[in-house]
Design a protein around this ligand. Sequence first.
Ligand code: ADP
Ligand code: MG
Length: 351
Amino acid sequence: EQRPARRPIVVLPDEVAERIAAGEVIERPVSVIKELVENALDAQARAIRIEVRGGGLRLMRVSDDGIGIPEDELERACLRHSTSKLSTIEDLERLGTLGFRGEALASIVTIAEMTLESRASETGDTSEERPAQFVTLRGGEVVERGRKARVPGTTVTVRDLFFNVPARLKFIRGARTENGHILHYIRRYALGYPGVRFTLVLDEHIALQTSGSGELKTALTEIYSLPLNEMLYEVGRGAGEQYRIHGYIGNRVLAQNNRQYVTLFVNGRWVQSRALYDAVEKGYRGLLAKGKHPLLVLFIEVAPNEVDVNVHPAKTEVRLLREREVLDLLTESVQAVLERSPVLPEEVKFP
Ligand code: ADP
Ligand code: MG
């Protein structure tokens, strides 16, 4: 048996290393949507419009009415490790934003064409369009700079995702699958931020729209387009304590076949965690049939220094300092609410 010849250790050329790093942050179209929507939320947007064509490979555009980016910082936003959200390692302990790595825009421009257009918000009439700056990068290089009239806020347009990463492109499923991932992601964040007006347009059709009323229950009915009122129970626990859990949980009539409708947020960040899911479902005890999962939205608030969000850019995980206590409180909160709620007969299915 012949071993393959050993290759010498080399330091990778920047462009190879950058594309590999970008691939960690951006796995598929929804990863771009996630990063852009989180940026819009960090910019305190009240309205976010998301437009997708061809499953995201042709075009993804996220527009917000947030604080914008000053002209002299626009291009810096696209550099690796450039962020306005943190400057020291201690800042990670008191993070109030979803982003902090300063990697998203830099990753996107490495493996796609991206136009960043922004006008920083200022006092006075914000409905008036004024010249603002834009920059277009493709594969890490600036290909265009210019000016365009717009209202305050930011619009990011991404085209030709993975045009220079054939290995990744091969693994992207059809537009239907990618649109499905995007819809689920926007549903979650629209639930997480009921005060923000979300519009999702998939291939020219409005797939989801919320009013930004600020009411979680309203958002739930808008997002799942069903009269859910009497099937949802309010949870509000731990006010004034170290942890707070609040939101709405569906009764067994709303039970679903998968965990797509279990929406959990920790400090404003959507999380996917087996331990948290299990703790919630434990609260339902015998109420759910085997293989059934609840529909619910719960917000878990802990002190910023009790959660480590610096796990992996693409992963929706957080580490909780006192996980056991939080898990128990979750189970108890759900259980307590269900114990005093009526039981209804049939089940309701969602598209
Ligand atoms: P991060 O979000 O981790 O800071 P990004 O690469 O996503 O890194 O963004 C870099 C910077 O660009 C942000 O820190 C922010 O200052 C600015 N930025 C990006 N998107 C927006 C937006 N929609 N509105 C205002 N500023 C933005
Ligand atoms: Mg970001």
